[in-house]
Design a binder for this molecule. Structure first.
Ligand SMILES: *Cc1c(COP(=O)(O)O)cnc(C)c1O
Length: 416
């Protein structure tokens, strides 16, 4: 027989787990333990030498289990499975998306460095950058999706801090507006400003699209981050985060994680292993639903405008970026209703099937008002520039029957 490579969705039930090591249990048990017994003192010595980087790994040598802040089977199996989707060397899972994001920023940015970031960003990320990173002397410059790449390069050069540029960070599509940024073009900017002894890292928050519909590492990103709370978890019942990248990058990320102690717990990792088994079917259904719903909204008389990747017009620059780097339009819809906050609230309050809640990517459809909820803490001027307006409602489309979702939106819009 010809050799056959299984696709990630076929491997989510088995990859990286050996039932023989767990009494034949088909499903990976929860390794609810803080510490691991060593066979001999010599073995423990060898593990610690690797853990502390005191010597290089031998051929085929793996780091043995030491202590659950450093490693744990549930975390390792989850990390190995997440690597399959993004074709990453390694992955580190965290107790939240914010723990993942703050850890990479603390590892790769030092006082005096310049961080260039896309706008808008998730409200928590925006807060961490604007209020914490700036307070420890990190310079921040923000760029918008509608700016040309040449203009971004000019701005970096004009800042006088080009030699201090350490990281470019963005979300694409961005939360909550669905603006998209060209990953490949920004990876070229990162390379342009890198020197032999100072690499500029491109980090992409792929929460909106990943790990199925977009793979930033394949377009030149160095680091991918996730709020695994969203699509990866997919059931609104846990908080988690993940970082993926090359071996060298991940050694640094995992080392800082060991000492910050913000790794995921084994029980949540086990829940995520379960979530990964249905990830592909959930996300396929969600994007199929979302396309139908976006088209419905786009023709609705109470709707001013809809931002959804599946509605981008051929021939526009956004469409070209979308076609290059996305495999599906996703399941997040930004709806600008006719009117202002009053009309948006009326619609939100009238929803019956949708839950009025923040978060996204779950099996149930969720709706929220970014200006007064997820992005309430964002600088008002920035918010205006990013089109986070009074009449914007953000929808996360779930796995329900599409006709039911459409019925719900139709009756809620009728209340305006
Ligand atoms: C939710 C979210 C985060 C933060 O993740 P938590 O798991 O809530 O800490 C970061 N980025 C994006 C795009 C998000 O939607």
């Amino acid at each position: 027989m010809k050799e056959h490579r299984f696709s990630p969705e076929s491997l989510m039930m088995s990859y990286g787990y050996n039932p023989e090591l767990s009494e034949g249990s088909v499903k990976c048990p929860i390794f609810q333990t803080s510490t691991f017994e060593y066979r001999t003192a010599e073995e423990a010595k060898a593990f610690f030498e690797l853990a502390y980087g005191l010597r290089d790994k031998g051929p085929k040598e793996e780091l043995g289990l030491i202590y659950s802040r450093i490693n744990n089977p549930n975390l390792e199996i989850l990390e190995n499975r997440l690597c399959l989707w993004d074709k990453a060397d390694d992955c580190a899972v965290f107790e939240s998306g914010m723990a993942a994001i703050s850890t990479i920023m603390l590892e790769f940015l030092k006082p005096g460095d310049l961080l260039v970031h896309g706008n808008p960003l998730y409200g928590g990320t925006d807060h961490f950058i604007e209020h914490f990173l700036t307070s420890i002397g990190i310079e921040v410059m923000n760029v918008h999706a509608d700016e040309s790449i040449d203009n971004v390069i000019k701005q970096i050069e004009a800042s006088g801090k080009a030699d201090k540029l350490a990281m470019i960070y963005f979300e694409t599509p961005a939360n909550p507006t669905n603006d998209i940024m060209d990953i490949e073009a920004y990876s070229k900017i990162a390379k342009r400003f890198s020197t032999a002894d100072r690499k500029v890292y491109l980090a992409v928050d792929n929460t909106y699209m990943g790990p199925i519909w977009q793979h930033p590492l394949q377009f030149g990103a160095d680091i991918v981050v996730y709020s695994a709370t969203k699509y990866i978890g997919g059931h609104s019942d846990l908080i988690a985060g993940a970082v993926l990248g090359s071996k060298d990058i991940m050694v640094r990320v995992k080392t800082l994680r060991t000492f910050l102690g913000n790794m995921l717990g084994p029980h949540t990792a086990w829940l995520l292993l379960r979530s990964l088994e249905t990830l592909k079917v959930r996300m396929d259904r969600q994007t199929k639903n979302a396309q139908q719903i976006a088209e419905f909204l786009n023709n609705h008389p109470k709707v001013e405008h809809v931002n959804y990747l599946g509605l981008l017009k051929e021939g526009t620059p956004e469409y070209a970026i979308y076609k290059k780097q996305c495999e599906a339009p996703g399941a997040m819809i930004s709806v600008y209703v006719k009117g202002g906050e009053k009309e948006a609230f009326k619609c939100l309050n009238a929803l019956k099937l949708f839950k009025l809640a923040v978060s996204l990517g779950s099996t149930e459809s969720l709706a929220q008002h970014p200006k007064t909820m997820t992005h309430a803490g964002v600088n008002a001027e920035h918010r205006e520039r990013m089109n986070i307006t009074d009449n914007l409602i953000r929808l996360s489309i779930g796995v329900e029957n599409a006709e039911d979702i459409i019925w719900d939106l139709d009756q809620a819009l009728a209340s305006i």
